[in-house]
Design a protein around this ligand. Structure first.
Ligand SMILES: Cc1cc2nc3c(=O)[nH]c(=O)nc-3n(C[C@H](O)[C@H](O)[C@H](O)COP(=O)(O)OP(=O)(O)OC[C@H]3O[C@@H](n4cnc5c(N)ncnc54)[C@H](O)[C@@H]3O)c2cc1C
Length: 783
């Protein structure tokens, strides 16, 4: 009897619940209205600049990863970016020549600038106008070609790559292309394309760096005299710093808040952030002084102006775009950020992989190439696998821009993780090279990269901020199928429509969360073995796809529970938000790595690079899950989350030493894999260049090794006992004298020794480091 009553009660309750949840008007009146009121109360206040930043750009593959069930067919179907014939010829000729023209030591230590010939060449050949369409005289290169060019230039000289990168990134050309008036485009774009104009863009001020929306620079709309006529214009006061190409620019893109106190443009007093193009010779514009960014020697400096009058025509897009500056900047940021920093930092990693790998074979200690010691193998492995992954991310992200995307979250992931991995790669390279990396000079092939790494970390969204606020913060709002809808409903001025939209989004959201909770648990319990994967993936990668789907599902659930429990508080809990962003990022890095492996035809020789990178990144994703769960503020929910995400424990260990050994080995000998890994590295010919010398020394070392093995055997048998020449420097001669090697072999060893000695050489300078030569002696007349 009792069971019948309970059954009837449960049945009636479920029917009521079903009716309540399915009859929308009832659901809205009884449930959604209350939740909506609470939601509106706790939703963090958002400034216009924050909202515009969040809403800018597009959602791409990040959306698939965020939503818990990535469609791998989509990833595999994205076209593999390729250079067309013209772009390939530019890489092979103009880029090669530009690299040959530049000597990084001369730039950073003597000229403090690119040489006049190098400037002339990059301007004349259109390097500064790669993004400008052909109809304006530009090269109209794809984003991928642009990325390839910058990557290669970065393997040669940072001043060269930055000087090319900046005019093609977020700046006057990009802004003019999208928002300029026809007159502005017709005048400036052909001049920018040919380097007649050199652009810079000035947003950052001493008081507003990361929080760029709060720049104190102002323009006041007023009447004034312009070329003899009275016109409505702006009196602009600015104080900017860190502006790349600022000291040599001929037109300065300038961002400031515009006010119209006298209502000359309408009723609005604060018009918002406005971007203008200010010619360098505008009276009152103070341009020309320099900063010295970590000896990189690209042009960078402050600019100031006090109440500088300029016509409204200076506004990019003319008077119609007054106050639209922030939106313009945010919309344009994603494209540039997808290319410039990922390319320049992947370039540094390629250079490190190429040169340090070779150095580790050429340099011996304890009578063995240092690259064969397990201790050195560890950093070599990271250098190889990270470089493989970074380049995968660089290419896939540039490819997205070519597909018409302006991927805001993906560009932030690429910028953050490629620059952070470059930091690790170059640091590892420095450790391997030892003292040779520390003493600067023309023979040092890594020291300048080490010095300049923090630049990429800081610019285009400083990394700590990007990780703490953007990756998950923007990801959650942009990629989630319901969060933005819920937020928009709360901001809707029509409260009833807002409630209707909220009700739809909220119940959709609830179903989505529950689905992912069950999905994550099921995949965890079955080790994700039943997750279906496209048939056309390489069999050796199938498990990665399955585990990535599992992690994606668990991430979708964890993200939702975090938002549900912490709400607006999550914005302040930056450590949790950062770790959630890490998970999303790792899923993206892994996707790019798998895509690269497929795109390059599943190169079996490269498989260790792919496997190590995948394991390491999946392991890091797993640690990021742990980091969120271990620090989740509500402990019983944390325990529940742990059960759902890792019901049978952790699926990943650290990557194996066995695969690590295979990766390290790929770096210390010539092979097609090594060439693919460092394909964009500029390789100067001959031993007079540090990079050329280490390349030659590697080949000579490999040729010499079997002969040296014989000498070592002879040594062991006592053939060279008590011979004072039996030391690392003179051993070859001793062996020749003792008849252990032939004359031809001795010649080969001698050549190897010459090249080795060039490679291990460290530059030295006069006691005053050459200062006396720079400051001519002043001969005073005798009294
Ligand atoms: C070499 C170089 C070239 C540059 N080129 C240009 C250019 O051409 N044009 C231009 O306009 N600007 C340029 N910049 C400026 C660059 O964009 C800024 O340096 C950057 O935005 C950071 O600002 P900041 O240096 O003032 O650091 P701050 O804003 O003072 O930040 C300091 C630290 O605090 C962190 N931080 C700040 N807020 C938060 C937060 N809410 N949560 C977590 N962490 C936070 C940051 O990540 C950073 O690590 C350049 C800078 C350099 C160094």
């Amino acid at each position: 009897m009792l069971t019948t009553i309970i059954s009837v009660f449960v049945g009636v309750t479920l029917v009521c619940l079903a009716v309540l949840l399915n009859v929308r008007s009832l659901r809205r009146a009884l449930i959604s209205r209350r939740i909506f009121a609470t939601y509106k109360r706790i939703l963090p206040q958002m400034s216009d600049t924050e909202r515009e930043a969040l809403e800018a750009g597009t959602v791409w593959w990040d959306g698939e990863l965020f939503r818990g069930n990535p469609d791998w067919n989509k990833l595999l179907a994205y076209p593999v970016p390729k250079l067309n014939a013209e772009e390939q010829s530019f890489m092979d000729n103009e880029v090669e020549h530009a690299c040959a023209l530049v000597d990084d030591w001369q730039v950073t230590n003597e000229l403090y600038d690119l040489s006049p010939e190098a400037w002339r060449y990059i301007k004349d050949k259109g390097f500064l106008g790669m993004i400008i369409p052909k109809r304006y005289g530009g090269l109209e290169f794809s984003a991928y070609a642009h990325s390839q060019v910058v990557t290669k230039l970065s393997t040669r000289c940072s001043a060269l790559s930055v000087s090319v990168m900046v005019p093609n990134s977020l700046g006057p050309a990009e802004l003019l292309l999208h928002y300029g008036t026809e007159a502005q485009k017709n005048y400036y774009l052909p001049r920018l394309a040919k380097g007649i104009e050199v652009p810079a863009f000035a947003l950052t001020s001493p008081w507003a760096g990361s929080d760029a929306g709060s720049i104190p620079d102002v323009g006041i709309v007023c009447r004034g005299l312009w070329q003899g006529k009275e016109v409505v214009g702006m009196r602009v006061t600015w104080d900017k710093r860190y502006i790349t190409l600022g000291p040599v620019c001929t037109i300065l893109g300038l961002a400031f808040h515009l006010y119209d106190p006298d209502g000359l443009l309408g009723s609005k007093k604060h018009m918002g952030i406005t971007c203008a193009l200010v010619p360098r010779d505008t009276p009152g514009a103070d341009i020309g002084r320099r900063h010295q960014p970590l000896n990189a020697m690209f042009m960078n400096g402050p600019t100031r102006g006090k109440e500088v009058f300029m016509p409204l025509d200076y506004v990019i897009g003319g008077p119609a775009m007054v106050g639209q500056g922030w939106r313009m900047l945010m919309e344009s940021l994603a494209a540039g950020r997808s290319i410039s920093l990922p390319a320049s930092n992947a370039g540094m990693a390629q250079l490190t992989a190429r040169t340090v790998g070779a150095y580790a074979r050429v340099r011996s200690q304890f009578r063995m190439a240092i690259g064969r010691f397990e201790g050195v193998e560890e950093p070599l492995t990271r250098i190889g696998a990270y470089t493989y992954m970074m380049d995968a991310v660089r290419k896939m992200t540039a490819g997205a821009v070519d597909l018409g995307e302006k991927p805001s979250v993906v560009s932030a992931i690429a910028k953050y993780h490629v620059t952070e991995r470059a930091r690790q790669v170059v640091n590892d390279g420095m450790d391997i090279v030892g003292g040779k990396g520390i003493c600067l000079g023309p023979s040092n092939f890594i020291g300048r990269a080490y010095q300049q790494l923090p630049i990429g970390i800081t610019v285009e969204g400083a990394n700590i901020l990007t990780r703490s606020m953007i990756l998950f913060g923007q990801g959650a709002i942009r990629c989630h199928p319901y969060v933005l809808k819920e937020m928009k409903s709360a901001y809707n001025e029509d409260a009833e429509q807002g409630l209707r939209d909220f009700d739809e989004a909220f119940f959709g959201h609830a179903g989505y969360t529950i689905k992912h909770g069950f999905g994550a648990l099921a995949k965890g319990l079955t080790g994700s073995h039943f997750v279906s994967v496209p048939d056309n993936v390489a069999p050796e990668t199938k498990r990665y796809y399955q585990q990535l789907t599992r992690f994606s599902s668990a991430f979708a659930f964890l993200a939702d529970i975090s938002m549900l429990v912490l709400g607006g508080e999550l914005k302040r809990r930056e450590k949790l938000s950062a770790r959630l962003g890490d998970i999303l990022s790792m899923l993206y890095l892994c996707s790019a790595t798998l895509k690269r492996y497929e795109s390059e035809g599943r190169q079996q020789a490269d498989a260790p690079l792919m496997h190590w990178a995948m394991w390491d990144t999946m392991y890091q994703a797993q640690m990021a899950f742990d980091g969120v769960i271990a620090n989740f503020p509500v402990r019983w929910i944390a325990r529940f989350l742990n059960r759902i995400v890792f019901p049978l424990g952790h699926p990943y260990d650290v990557p194996s030493d066995r695969i690590g050994h295979q990766v390290a080995k790929l770096l210390i000998e010539p092979s097609a894999s090594r060439d693919r890994l460092t394909a964009e590295t500029y390789l100067p010919k001959g031993e007079n260049e540090a990079v050329g010398a280490v390349e030659l020394a590697l080949l000579a070392t490999i040729e010499a090794e079997p002969i040296e093995a014989r000498i070592r055997a002879a040594e062991k048998s006592g053939a060279l006992a008590d011979n004072p020449e039996a030391n690392v420097r003179d051993l070859a001669h001793a062996a020749f004298a003792a008849g252990i090697v032939t004359a031809a072999e001795y010649a080969l060893l001698k050549r190897r020794n010459e090249l080795r000695d060039i490679v291990i050489r460290v530059d030295d300078f006069p006691h005053d480091l050459g200062r006396s030569r720079q400051q001519p002696l002043v001969h005073k007349a005798a009294a």
